[in-house]
Design a protein around this ligand. Structure first.
Ligand code: GLP
Length: 250
């Protein structure tokens, strides 16, 4: 049963400078925040909404499309538009691994190795890792999921000299940080991470099942040991519709 238009149908303000599309978006966001629309509830059809709100179907379509790209709603072909789960809130407070983050949320984590190899350190990567150009670097590309939902593609780079033979471990099954700590005795004590929004690549759209128009959050993390030596350089692409990174400021 789709929601009645009641949750959404207070009149739009035609004299406002706020465009109709934005007013409709705000209406939906408020209804979700106030619990008048609940998670996985189906929204009224575009036809019903356009009639209730007195705007064209195209306007309703544009508003709902943007909310899908933002992650507030999700669309199922032929079945309609639904209220999405709240975004995953990822606090950036401590140096944690993906497995730890997912387990702490009470979810089941899974990894798929998309690519793994040892390659000569490219010119741009050698100084980041603090290794000579051309020396052996492990490159590990994984798709990480929580409760079966693909969330992030991570590409890790580590000097092979620090973890010789690491690719013989099944890194789809075990935590990379755990192997680095336990098998290779490496400490991972601090990290510097940048975050930016970006358009996804075709591969990211496919592998992360990104809805049309959804950005990715790209992070780059340099992880150091207690002596300040770089252990890992990782680039990640998080689903922009599912992730919210939060920072505590004091
Ligand atoms: C985080 C970091 C990555 C790191 C990964 C290790 O997601 N952003 O840089 O490679 O954790 O995760 P795990 O130990 O679960 O394999």
């Amino acid at each position: 049963m789709p929601a009645s238009t009641n949750a959404l149908d207070a009149p739009l303000d035609r004299d406002s400078d706020v465009p109709m599309v934005d007013q409709i978006q705000n209406r939906v966001i408020d209804a979700v925040a106030e619990g008048r629309l609940v998670h996985h509830e189906r929204l009224p059809s575009e036809r019903a909404l356009s009639a209730a709100l007195g705007v064209s179907r195209l306007t309703v379509q544009a508003a709902l499309g943007r909310l899908v790209a933002k992650g507030t709603l999700y669309a199922l072909r032929g079945r309609g538009t639904f209220v999405a789960d709240p975004k995953i809130e990822q606090p950036l407070r401590e140096l944690t691994s993906f497995s730890q983050d997912v387990t702490a949320r009470g979810q089941q984590q899974a990894s798929e190795v998309l690519d793994q190899r040892v390659l000569p350190a490219p010119i741009e990567l050698a100084p980041v890792l603090g290794v000579p150009e051309g020396s052996e670097v492990v490159r590990l590309k994984r798709l990480r999921s929580a409760d079966g939902e693909p969330l992030v593609i991570e590409v890790s780079h580590i000097s092979h000299a620090l973890c010789p033979g690491i690719l013989s471990h099944d890194l789809a099954k075990v935590s990379l940080y755990a192997v680095l700590r336990e098998t290779y005795g490496l400490s991972l004590t601090s990290a510097r991470q940048s975050i930016e929004a970006d358009q996804p690549t075709a591969e990211e759209i496919r592998v992360l099942h990104l809805p049309t128009g959804t950005p990715v959050l790209r992070t780059a993390r340099v992880t150091l040991n207690a002596e300040g030596q770089v252990i890992e350089f990782a680039r990640s692409a998080y689903r922009g519709d599912r992730y919210q990174l939060t920072v505590d400021l004091h």
